[in-house]
Every structure is written in structure tokens, then in C-alpha cells.
Design a protein around this ligand. Structure first.
Ligand code: SF4
Length: 346
């Protein structure tokens, strides 16, 4: 049974109408004009990205991409056999201390490209056999998505759009993307505000992620619910990801509780691939090690106990950093040749 929680009690005021102070009328959140006072993500830092400013996320005014290539190690209904067409966007609103994609999330690595190139990349990935277009951490560039996705559709893009996100999304943004995004591949990282503050510098993450997830569920329900094709690939729906962190199993259990209490029996992906980055290894402590089998089993068992009927889990554990996708701008200026070799994280 699905239980959708409304957002009326959200302390962040996520359902408030969006307005541009320079206009008399409300404007769509995902508009090119948004950049003059950027509030694309829950940080709402109001950076003037339209005139040379950069937000907390690190993004400026021109689209920046780090990689665009087929990727074989997402969840089975996303990657299938021929791969997911992943597009890694530069910058990130979150600042996770353990991030494995730090070159692009905090280093803002990537190449600046015009929006037209994003449209071309989607069509190229489809041409290469991608099962879907997988937009990885596109939150800070979401104002470009409505036009680019519609332009790609008009030029022959038929495969689903997967929105691969940290979960730190405004309800308004999810609603405005609701007709364009087919699959929400969303993280739910923390249940504790304190842990979210200490590890990602966003104390409001749990409330924001829960409200965003509930809106994703409403969007999918509005469109008729979850759909798979004959090959088992997800054509429409939600997969909620949770990365188990070493030493933080109690929070993982509470994350599962929040997902269950918010949207019920949604497909979940519980991951144990946490790998300490160089900063975490230097720092020492719990986050300098991998997740133990016992820790992972406790989280999987709790998901079973709650009643989740579709759960993806991982064999093996931490991955060597050599398996991290090479953020070398492959596919950004011209089509990529070889698929990547590791599950993407947002
Ligand atoms: S997307 Fe970036 S610039 Fe915009 S509100 Fe969020 S952090 Fe600020």
C-alpha cells in the first residue's frame, strides 16, 4: 500500500509560490531568467549566475559537463545490457565530505558547452544504444532541462529520461519536471539533520529529501504509475537509493523508515559501495573504512522487515578508486567510444 505524505508541514516552505523580485508575476522556477537570482536548489543562495556570479554549488552561467557515455553498472532496470546514457553535470549543491566524484562536485571540473550540445549528446547516446538518458546531478542546471529535453524529443529522442539526483530538490522543481522526467533515481542519504549537517553541510536534507520524494511519487502516480518494458527496463517510476555509511547503520535504518512512512513500497537500492576518499583516509575514524558485511546485512534485514518488495543490493563492497569513472570530458565535445565501468553516484 502506498502512503503519500503531503508537504504542507514542511518547515522549509517548499510549496511557496515562486516569484522573481524584478517581476510582478510569478515565473516558472525552471526558466532561463532564474539565473539572475538563482534559487534552483534548496540552498536558495540567490547567486547572480547570469552576470558572472557563482553559487554555493559552484555553478556559473554557462552549462558545464564532465562526461557523457554509456554506463553499465546502474541498477539492472536502468542499465540493462546495453547501458545507461549517463551525462555527468559539473558542480553540486551538496558538499559531502566523502564524495567520490569530488573533481566535479567541488572541483567544478568540466567543459563549458552551449545548451545545443546537451541536446546533441542525448541524441548521440541514444544512437549508441543507451536504454535511457541518465542526467547525473543536474539540479543546478535544471533551468535548461525543459527546453533541451523537448528539443531532443522533437528531433527523435524516444528513450526515457532518468533524473539521477542527491534527493536535495525543491518540490517546485520536481513538479515542473514532472512531465519530462520518466524515472526518478533519487538518493535518500540521511534521516538525521545533525548527520546531514556534519557530512554534507545541509541540516535540512532529511525534510527536503522527504518532501521531494513525495512529490516524485505524486508525479509518477499522476502519469499512471510505474511501468517496465518487456526487457525489464524501467520506463517510468522511482528507485530510491541509499548508500550505507560505515558506523552509521542506525541512521540508515531511520532512512528506510522515513521512505516507507512517506511513500510506502517503492523500489529501493541499498548500496554498500562506500569507499573512503583521500580526505577521509587522512582524517581517520569510521569514514576511513568500508562498510562491514554485518552492517550491510542489518540494513538489508530492516528493509525486508518493513516490507519493501523490490530491493536492489550489491555484492562486494568498497570499490577501488581506479574504478571511478574518468572525468576526462569523454563524450562532452564528441561522442564517446567505450562504456564506463562503475555505478554512478549522485
Ligand atoms: S543551484 Fe547553486 S546557485 Fe542555485 S541556489 Fe542552489 S547553490 Fe545557489
Amino acid at each position: 500500500m502506498h502512503r503519500y505524505r503531503g508537504n504542507g508541514s514542511d518547515p522549509a516552505g517548499l510549496a511557496a509560490p515562486r516569484t522573481n523580485p524584478l517581476r510582478k508575476e510569478p515565473m516558472p522556477l525552471l526558466s532561463p531568467d532564474t539565473l539572475a537570482h538563482c534559487e534552483l536548489c534548496p540552498r536558495r543562495c540567490s547567486a547572480d549566475r547570469a552576470h558572472g556570479g557563482r553559487g554555493i554549488c559552484g555553478a556559473g552561467g554557462t552549462l558545464k559537463l564532465a562526461r557523457a557515455a554509456l554506463h553499465l553498472w546502474e541498477e539492472p532496470p536502468i542499465s540493462g545490457e546495453s547501458g545507461s546514457g549517463t551525462i555527468f553535470f559539473s558542480s553540486c549543491p551538496l558538499k559531502c565530505v566523502f564524495c567520490q566524484n569530488h573533481e566535479i562536485s567541488t572541483g567544478n571540473f568540466g567543459l563549458e558547452v552551449p545548451e545545443e550540445r546537451l541536446v546533441q549528446i542525448m541524441l548521440e547516446l541514444q544512437e549508441q544504444g543507451a536504454n535511457n538518458i541518465n542526467l547525473v546531478t543536474a539540479t543546478q542546471w535544471a533551468h535548461l532541462l525543459p527546453h533541451s529535453i523537448r528539443a531532443a524529443r522533437a528531433r527523435g529522442l524516444t528513450i526515457p529520461i532518468v533524473y539521477n539526483t542527491s534527493g536535495y530538490e525543491l518540490v517546485d522543481a520536481v513538479a515542473e519536471l514532472g512531465d519530462l522526467v520518466d524515472v526518478w533515481l533519487t538518493d535518500f542519504k540521511y534521516a538525521s539533520a545533525g548527520l546531514a549537517a556534519s557530512l554534507s553541510n545541509v541540516a535540512d536534507y532529511p525534510a527536503i529529501a522527504e518532501a521531494a520524494l513525495a512529490q516524485m511519487a505524486r508525479e509518477i502516480e499522476r502519469r499512471g504509475g510505474t511501468r517496465f518494458d518487456d526487457d525489464g527496463l524501467m520506463r517510468q517510476g522511482i528507485i530510491v537509493r541509499h548508500l550505507v555509511l560505515p558506523g552509521h547503520v542506525a541512521d540508515s535504518l531511520r532512512v528506510l523508515d522515513r521512505i516507507w512512512n512517506s511513500v510506502g513500497d517503492v523500489p529501493i537500492s541499498v548500496m554498500n559501495q562506500y569507499t573512503p576518499n583521500a580526505a577521509m583516509r587522512r582524517q581517520g575514524g569510521e569514514l576511513a573504512r568500508a562498510v562491514t558485511d554485518e552492517e550491510y546485512e542489518r540494513v538489508l534485514d530492516h528493509a525486508d522487515d518493513l516490507g519493501f518488495t523490490t530491493m536492489y543490493w550489491q555484492q562486494g563492497g568498497a570499490v577501488d578508486e581506479s574504478f571511478t569513472p574518468a572525468f576526462d570530458t569523454t563524450g562532452v565535445l564528441s561522442p564517446a567510444i567505450a562504456p564506463t565501468a562503475r555505478r554512478g553516484q549522485s
